[in-house]
Design a protein around this ligand. Structure first.
Ligand SMILES: Cc1cc2nc3c(=O)[nH]c(=O)nc-3n(C[C@H](O)[C@H](O)[C@H](O)COP(=O)(O)OP(=O)(O)OC[C@H]3O[C@@H](n4cnc5c(N)ncnc54)[C@H](O)[C@@H]3O)c2cc1C
Ligand code: SF4
Ligand code: SF4
Ligand code: SF4
Length: 503
């Protein structure tokens, strides 16, 4: 049915091994569903015929690689991901690691979790105390499969939505090759007549299965990166503030996000930025593609209602390079696309991911209710909302500022945010938030060599003031502390999906 692309990755493998792996790959349900729906996919207009075959090639190569990894991994003792990557030298370590995670989802590999308890000394309210902490160790082993074993297939993402864990990021609707999925800020619908059950939407969904162990193992192989269990991998951490007077008037915190976006557009490093602006209804965000710097300032400032920003990514095909601004769940969605579907034409153009910190977001109706019930104000009277110092703060057109303790507003937040473990956008290139920095400043985490270089070029260009986040108060300490709290209180979305689809 299909042929593998002539890919350098497979150089050095014997023809026999390639034929067997390709044959096994050709049985994969996802490849078959995609191939068999070729006419519908091209008629939908999302992909040209050439793009269709490019995607198919990548799907086949990825699946062939997985089958080879599986063969080389069989018969081993339970191993850590990094150890597996050391044994299987045929492919880059990051490919082997992501392949093992996917093979687990396909049913070939078992994840064995060992929990150990250790005693550490912690300062609690100024006093040093010994506390017990749990450590988790993840090992993987190929399962003993019955002869009639059938590879798991992935359901459409209605299973995610129905479980109540969907974060409405919109990524599945962009990915779906036949436009069967509609996502807005509150809802998700799948047109069963159009759906060809390829499961691509499930593969890329940030809530469908975890890639956190793969991320940790891959990042730890890069000795140039710092690793924190609470905020992920990073190059440097800063506290920054814009020097641009116009951005100062509209910014949320340090105006760093808008300053980075402006620099990227100005220097033609990207041709467009996807950000969020107020829709016709004030404080109801809508995603927008900005390709002219003069339109950028209207995107500044935080809108606390969620925006399904990834749903418009397929409209950016005409741009060679783009930057995407979004919350942590969207950064994870993009990472899944990078790991498992890197052949998608509109996806290859994402050059920079600017991730925000995020503790929770609210449904738009929740924001209206919050303003009314907590402050007795109409949403249209608000000029700014902010979270800081444990309070939810609003500013009014009159200039008045009011606040309530943060715990009072948590009941208005979206249920699905309880399944989110990431405060600081672990999967972004730049992460920006207010926790850790003083008013008028943003905390910034650069997570790649390239994003760190750009951040420093912006400082050199005179657009940003910046300090080391470790040297400001409360600084990196607080970011890590809150990051750890969010991880610890997160409910497991993957169990929830499993349990609700078994009912
Ligand atoms: C829902 C939400 C919750 C947040 N919670 C926290 C928190 O708990 N702790 C913390 O430290 N920081 C949080 N932040 C981040 C913080 O509010 C600021 O966005 C961040 O500090 C950057 O400030 P800035 O002045 O550099 O950004 P600006 O230069 O003002 O730019 C803000 C950028 O955010 C984008 N944006 C605004 N609203 C949304 C939205 N709903 N979805 C996607 N993008 C959006 C805009 O398009 C713009 O590009 C949250 C942000 C959001 C959107
Ligand atoms: S809804 Fe999901 S499973 Fe159905 S066609 Fe679209 S991507 Fe494939
Ligand atoms: S989390 Fe995102 S990708 Fe997953 S079902 Fe919801 S909208 Fe789709
Ligand atoms: S808390 Fe998590 S799921 Fe909720 S909006 Fe923020 S990043 Fe998305």
């Amino acid at each position: 049915m299909v042929q593998t692309a002539n890919n350098k990755l497979f150089e050095g493998l014997s023809p026999k091994e390639m034929i067997e792996a390709t044959y096994e790959a050709s049985k994969n349900f996802q490849i078959r569903a995609f191939y068999e729906a070729k006419d519908e996919i091209i008629d939908t207009g999302k992909y040209t015929e050439q793009e269709f075959f490019e995607i198919l090639d990548v799907m086949i190569d990825d699946e062939t690689e997985r089958k080879i990894v599986l063969e080389h991994f069989k018969g081993q003792e339970p191993l850590f991901l990094g150890e597996i990557a050391e044994i299987i030298k045929e492919f880059p370590a990051e490919n082997v690691i992501r392949d093992v995670i996917y093979l687990k989802e396909q049913g070939y590999v078992e994840e064995l979790i060992e929990v150990k308890t250790k005693t550490v000394t912690k300062k609690i309210k100024g006093e040093e105390k010994e506390v017990e902490v749990k450590e988790y160790f993840y090992r993987y082993q190929v399962k003993d499969l019955e002869p009639d074993f059938i590879e798991h297939h992935f359901e459409p993402v209605s299973v995610v939505f129905n479980s109540g864990t969907c974060c409405q990021c919109g990524w599945c609707s962009t990915i779906c090759p036949v436009n069967a999925i509609k996502v807005d800020a509150d809802n998700l619908e799948i047109d069963d007549d159009k759906c060809m059950k390829c499961g691509l939407c499930f593969t890329v969904c940030p809530r469908s299965f975890s890639i956190d162990q793969a991320n940790k193992a891959t990042k730890k192989l890069n000795k140039k990166l710092n690793w924190s269990d609470k905020i992920g991998a990073y190059v440097n951490t800063y506290s920054g503030s814009t020097k641009n007077d116009e951005i100062m008037k509209v910014r949320q915190d340090g105006g760093v996000v808008t300053t980075i976006a402006e620099y990227l557009l100005d220097k033609k490093i990207v041709d467009a930025v996807i950000a969020v602006q107020h829709s016709k209804q004030l404080w109801k965000p809508e995603p927008v593609i900005i390709d002219d710097v003069k339109d950028l300032y209207k995107t500044a400032g935080t809108k606390y209602a969620n925006s399904p920003s990834l749903s418009i990514l397929d409209q950016t095909k005409k741009y060679e390079n783009i930057a995407f601004v979004g919350v942590p769940c969207m950064m994870k969605a993009l990472e899944k696309g990078k790991l498992f579907l890197c052949g998608l034409p509109f996806f290859k153009n994402i050059k920079y991911r600017i991730g925000l910190f995020c503790m929770e977001s609210f449904p738009y109706e929740g924001i209206i209710k919050l303003a009314k019930e907590q402050f007795d104000k109409d949403i249209n009277d608000l000029t700014k909302m902010n979270i800081g110092g444990g309070k939810f703060i609003i500013k009014l057109k009159s200039g008045e500022q009011l606040d309530v303790p943060l715990k009072e507003v948590q009941k208005y937040a979206r249920e699905s945010c309880h399944f989110c473990e990431d405060l600081t956008s672990d999967y972004a290139d730049f992460s920006v938030g207010s926790i850790g920095s003083q008013d008028g400043w943003s905390s910034v985490i650069t997570r790649t060599k390239e994003s760190d270089e750009i951040y420093n070029e912006i400082i050199k260009n005179g657009d940003l003031e910046s300090k080391n986040l470790k040297e400001v108060k409360p600084g990196l300490f607080l970011v890590e502390k809150i990051g750890g709290i969010k991880r610890n209180k997160c409910q497991d979305p993957y169990e929830k999906i499993k349990n609700s689809s078994e009912k």
